[in-house]
Design a protein around this ligand. Structure first.
Ligand SMILES: [Zn+2]
Length: 149
């Protein structure tokens, strides 16, 4: 069983068997549950780990694969419980890594699309938008001008 603590800052001394969760910094940290003592940092974001808190227990998704440690342990944290998983081969690790890179790329692309859509709607609905874009244009204009000198 893993305990959990919601903290603002990650403490310097990480206790064994405790998952520290900082919502301020969107990060969780714990010592590898195999006992090797390595600290495992899991950033919380739509493309990293997802933390679920049901009021009594926490879960992290996806699994935690400590391929960079000697132990190469692989486990899930589900409702405070450690569920051991099988070790991955090098190929699987690589595939997992590529998948996570792809996920991040797709996610940032989607965000760009969203921003463009929002941008368009603002330009339709708000008169202030024009002023903003003019200001932006001037800022850019002066920046490029200054570079020439
Ligand atoms: Zn370990």
């Amino acid at each position: 069983m893993l305990q959990f603590k919601f903290v603002e800052f990650i403490p310097e001394k990480i206790e064994k068997g405790v998952l520290y969760i900082s919502t301020t910094f969107c990060t969780a940290i714990h010592k590898c549950v195999c006992g090797c003592g390595n600290e495992v940092v899991t950033p919380l974001s739509p493309t990293d780990w997802e933390l679920t808190f049901d009021g009594k227990s926490v879960s992290l998704y996806p699994s935690i694969g400590n391929w960079s440690f000697e132990c190469e342990s692989h486990y899930f944290i589900t409702k405070n419980r450690i569920e051991w998983s099988n070790k991955w081969s090098k190929e699987q690790v690589l595939r997992g890594r590529n998948y996570s890179i792809k996920l991040k790329e797709e996610f940032s692309e989607n965000q760009v699309v969203e921003k463009v859509i929002v941008h368009k709607e603002i330009s339709k609905n708000e008169k202030g938008f024009n002023l903003k874009s003019i200001a932006l244009f001037f800022r850019r204009f002066f920046k490029t001008k200054r570079r020439h000198h």
